[in-house]
Design a protein around this ligand. Sequence first.
Ligand code: CUA
Length: 196
Amino acid sequence: MAEAQIPSLLRPLPDGIVPAEQIARTEKRWLLLMVGMLAAMMVVVVVTGVTHAIRPPSNVETIDPTTLHLSGEFVESNLGTAPEPDGSLTVRMIADQYAFVPDCVNVAVDTPVKFRLTSTDVIHGFLLPATNVNTMVVPAFVAEVRTRFTRPGVYRMPCNEFCGNGHHGMWARVNVVPKEQFQALAPTERSSCVQR
Ligand code: CUA
């Protein structure tokens, strides 16, 4: 017989095990549940977008990315580490395809450090592994992150936001040195701890 040659998996199920109306009801319930979950997720996305995420997470401060080099806080001579009157340090950097400027900065250990970054072109990321520093660097905004390094050492600083073909090569370093050593470096160091 021809029927005997059909593999058992392809054989139609006997009718009447589950009434068709009941299947439709079950499907409707699942559909409702799914639509409900989608609606809940949309509400979460919109609410967090409006209240949290439509601006850079660290700091809400705008800047004109087209005139960074001409005047203001991010002119080249003002980049790097600057001591503040209260003894803390402010590090200013620019992120652009595909480098941080400067690409190495010195800071002192056990000192409050404030990083201020902005981008000239696209969104970059600024991450210092094993610290609380992790922010997006968005053009037209100034990202600000505060931290304090408890151990001296060289902290490698990858761009962690895909920014184009050269993204993988976009690295910089933060050189955390003992306080005495920083004092000795401070007069000359604003933007040049590059080791080749
Ligand atoms: Cu800059 Cu990735």
